[in-house]
Design a protein around this ligand. Structure first.
Ligand code: IFM
Length: 453
């Protein structure tokens, strides 16, 4: 057996990620306004197990204990998101001081524990009041987002250096507005595309707002995209073209505007009349240079042509090679992560990257070992180790990768899948709110401590 350890660069950042609605709870405390997820999660049938983020991990009340756990697990970097409606309950106008105080105290507690904060401004929880004015379909929401970004940077920009505008614009545009599976639950391609444009516009408007309001000299600003490595199901020309459309819709639709200042021509012509309205100057704003990009990666996609399939006339093919039921169809493909990172390097001028999310859902079970509760999630360790190996290889081949964040710090509310999917390094018993460190949590603490796998 080969026991060679792979060492990472000295300045490499190891951490884990969460998002406000998935962990905070306290949905109507201390002046927090409603978000589209508060509305959506209470529509009967919208969440498969009938749960919601009303309480989630109760992190709003337990953040000190959760941060102590992170410290115990040698985590030196933590990515979280702020809830817009906790800070600006109506989305624009009046600021809720209690909301700002919560995030200020969270940041202070992280820093006191030697943990560097990475702040994401939007992880899908749009204030409901803005949705009622058209949500992201309304161009004005992009300007309100920049104003919110400025408020956050004015208050936290002396202590937070790493800012992310959006998490996974593809998901907030398409899963919420075309598939109807996420808030706000709409099903219209033209809406989804207009939403994607306004989200990208809001990113471009927020970048200078954050930079000018922050007082830290080390401010860096980026966006987080969920990218997919796409392969055609066969060498047949129709499948090859289908895979290219999937790549166009999921990857290039977001990367090209940010890095090249234009939408991909093939996708604009595919969408035809559904393509978004773009005002003069928008593409210049969207392509405002950033300091890094976050990549969220979970699995690859194998795509076949299917005229009866989705809006791209494609269909996802799942090979019958999922080795264990626990993977629940999330195929483990670390080599695809490697290829994806190298592709971003080659096609987009080698930007600074972070892997801002990577992880796998398992049906974790609590057991007792030596009188202590634990979770034997060796499959998660295997998944993480292989993907970290792919990240190491990408670094060795010139990708400017600066860090790796596990999804997730602790089990949490997995959107329309409720609490049925667990991704955490720490198990959460939702009945008692007890936290139980999983074997993967212990393993990851050694990765972080030794900066190696
Ligand atoms: O839980 C989500 C997260 O909110 C965004 N990226 C994917 C994760 C797992 O599905």
């Amino acid at each position: 057996m080969n026991h060679t350890r792979l060492h990472f660069p000295n300045d490499f950042s190891w951490g884990s990620s969460t998002a406000s609605y998935q962990i905070e709870g306290a949905c109507d405390e201390d002046g927090r306004g409603r978000s589209i997820w508060d509305t959506f999660s209470h529509i009967p049938g919208s969440i498969i197990d009938g749960t919601s983020g009303d309480i989630a991990c109760d992190h709003y009340h337990r953040y000190r204990e959760d941060i102590a756990l992170m410290r115990q697990l040698n985590q030196r970097h933590y990515r979280f998101s702020t809830s817009w409606s906790r800070v600006i309950p109506e989305g624009s106008g009046q600021i809720n001081q209690s909301g700002l105080d919560f995030y200020s105290s969270l940041v202070d507690t992280l820093l006191e524990n030697g943990i560097t904060p990475y702040l994401t401004l939007y992880h899908w929880d749009l204030p409901q009041a803005l949705q009622e004015k058209g949500g992201w379909q309304n161009r004005d929401t992009a300007y309100q987002f920049a104003a919110y970004a400025q408020v956050m940077a004015e208050h936290l920009g002396d202590r937070v250096n790493h800012w992310m505008t959006h998490n996974e614009p593809w998901v907030s545009s398409f899963v919420g507005n075309l598939y109807g599976e996420h808030a706000p639950g709409l099903k219209d391609l033209g809406t989804a595309l207009q939403v994607s444009h306004h989200i990208l516009l809001s990113h471009g408007l927020a970048v200078p707002a954050i930079r000018s309001a922050s007082t830290s000299p080390d401010t860096s600003v980026g966006i987080v995209n969920n990218l997919e490595w796409v392969e055609p199901a066969s060498s047949d020309a129709a499948d090859v073209a289908a895979a290219s459309r999937h790549d166009g819709a999921f990857n290039r639709w977001f990367l090209d505007p940010i890095f090249k200042g234009s939408y991909p021509e093939d996708m604009l012509s595919w969408y035809g009349n559904d393509a978004p309205e773009i005002a003069p100057g928008d593409m210049r704003i969207i392509s405002t240079p950033t300091d890094f990009m976050g990549v969220n990666y979970y699995t690859r996609r194998i795509i076949a042509h299917d005229p009866h399939g989705d809006f791209l006339h494609t269909r996802r093919v799942i090979w019958p090679f999922i080795d264990r039921a626990e993977y629940e169809s999330w195929e483990k493909t670390p080599e695809a992560l490697y290829r994806l990172l190298v592709r971003v390097k080659d096609d987009y001028d080698n930007p600074v990257l972070y892997i801002t999310e990577n992880g796998t859902p398992l049906q974790d079970q609590v057991s007792i070992t030596d009188g202590k509760k634990t979770v034997h999630d060796e499959l998660r360790i295997d998944y993480l180790k292989r993907h970290m190996g792919a990240a190491w290889q990408a670094l060795a081949d010139g990708v400017r990768l600066k860090g790796y964040f596990v999804w997730s710090t602790l089990d949490n509310f997995e959107w329309n899948l409720g609490t049925s999917k667990r991704f955490g390094l720490v198990y959460v018993d939702y009945e008692t709110q007890e936290r139980i460190i999983k074997e993967s949590g212990k393993w990851f603490s050694e990765v972080s401590r030794t900066n190696s796998i």
